[in-house]
Design a binder for this molecule. Sequence first.
Ligand SMILES: NC(=O)C1=CN([C@@H]2O[C@H](COP(=O)(O)OP(=O)(O)OC[C@H]3O[C@@H](n4cnc5c(N)ncnc54)[C@H](O)[C@@H]3O)[C@@H](O)[C@H]2O)[C@@H](O)CC1
Ligand SMILES: Nc1ncnc2c1ncn2[C@@H]1O[C@H](COP(=O)(O)OP(=O)(O)O)[C@@H](O)[C@H]1O
Ligand SMILES: [K+]
Length: 499
Amino acid sequence: MEILTTGEMEQADRLAIAAGAPGFALMLHAGQAVADAATDLAGQGPILVAAGCGNNGGDGFVAATELAARGHDVSVILLCGRDSLKGDAALAAKGWKGRVLPCDLSALGSPALIIDALFGAGLNRPVTGDPQAMIEAINANGAPVLSVDLPSGINGTTGAIMGVAVRATETVTFFRKKPAHLLLPGRIHCGRVRVADIGISDVVLDKIRPATFENIPDYWQGAFPVPRIDGHKYARGHAVIVSGDLTSTGAARLSARGALRAGAGLVSVLSPDDALGANTASLTAVMVRRMNGAAGFAEILTDRRLNACVIGPGAGVGEETRALVLTALAAKPALVLDADALTSFADLPARLFEAIKETGNTDIILTPHEGEFRRLFSEMSNKHPLRSKLERVRAAAGRSGAIVLLKGPDTVVASPDGRATIAANAPPWLATAGSGDVLSGMIGGLLAQGVPAFDAACIGVWMHGEAGHEAGPGLIAEDLPEVLPAVLRRLYDRFGIDY
Ligand SMILES: NC(=O)C1=CN([C@@H]2O[C@H](COP(=O)(O)OP(=O)(O)OC[C@H]3O[C@@H](n4cnc5c(N)ncnc54)[C@H](O)[C@@H]3O)[C@@H](O)[C@H]2O)[C@@H](O)CC1
Ligand SMILES: Nc1ncnc2c1ncn2[C@@H]1O[C@H](COP(=O)(O)OP(=O)(O)O)[C@@H](O)[C@H]1O
Ligand SMILES: [K+]
């Protein structure tokens, strides 16, 4: 499903109006959708609408009118004088025949529901003064809060808090989600998110051409790998995972197990001499091969059947890992660079990015967490410290020439071609040692099956989040590969694939 920035949403609005939908009709639909959600939340109790002076407040007036017509006890508090409302918002306020309370915090009372219609897409500066006091009072009131479009104070495009922001129980937005409904901290302030149809046709998307999508199965169903009935293990690809030395072999094994469970036909751990014993003693379905440094690695990669490679988990930081990465880039298998493979280039990121661009290989994925991202893209982050996560990852993909996947509760995947996805399905107990190692392996396993890199990254992130839910609280990294069959089974069911 597409995600629209507030600018793209304005464009949708303009295109819909140009195609014949009156602007006020869109506001009427929006207000009605808010009224529907409010009825579900408030029961029969009194409802207070906190309205701002723009069209978000206009939606609030329409909702108030609709709810009063349905028999609810409704009152409205308005941030400004009624006569300063303009356009559709003024029209909406005209339809409201009930009380309008002045902007007095004591007027909030004890409603069964507060409808937050202070600011939506038009928020363009930090919140101070009366609106700030109003937002703080709404948060302190204790009543459930229904936010119109966005929790007031949240920037719709970046998800940032502009000084202070409403904490909603539920948010009703219109036509499509905005980045703030998925990116933190915005998502935390939204509560449940409902997307309402307000009469804007999907046809407008042909003109807007949005490049940001929610990372959900509908988005990548077409790229999801399904083993062929007449296939064999070699047809499902062979992923190789580079192991660290004797003191750090577990990360590569976790990664390898993730690759195998994600469907690679074969998985090998490439092990330095000193770690051969540890790796062979702890692996069964995953194979182990001796690898003597970068020269040995280059020799192994001449076998083109080894079509996907993961370097980084437990690899160690330094010149040896840098040499392994440059070797893999030259050999051109589909490649995941994670953890130490990224940190090894912290002091010379340009060397990595040049090598990536020189290969012409488009199947390269970098999978940093925030710390690794900052190390690798520090120059860029220092120049634009206020960018949103979405913008930062997009810029990093452009800068590096690779797919960049920035982990966290709102993992963003971006491609140098401009596409990006945001995932919102990861539970917090995924933040546990080794969980990222499994993710890099899962993506390697998908690449081995021939899934294009951007899709492989998106599918890996989504399945990793679902595996987190499947294993539940108390999860440790070892659990993740073991619950993948259940996640895959549900995907097969959802896609209607026989098994
Ligand atoms: N774009 C669309 O397709 C639709 C938009 N609708 C509604 O319209 C909203 C956007 O309306 P507007 O563009 O009028 O914007 P808003 O109603 O979000 O707010 C704009 C007003 O707030 C002021 N303002 C901004 N930041 C402020 C701050 N920090 N402190 C004090 N005042 C501040 C602005 O100067 C302006 O007067 C959407 O969020 C949505 O609720 C709906 O009516 C349905 C259709
Ligand atoms: N608060 C959170 N909510 C959901 N997922 C999270 C959260 N914090 C981290 N994660 C996920 O947990 C994984 C941790 O990966 P990483 O930091 O690389 O750990 P490790 O190096 O120990 O494997 C990533 O997939 C990340 O997206
Ligand atoms: K709002």
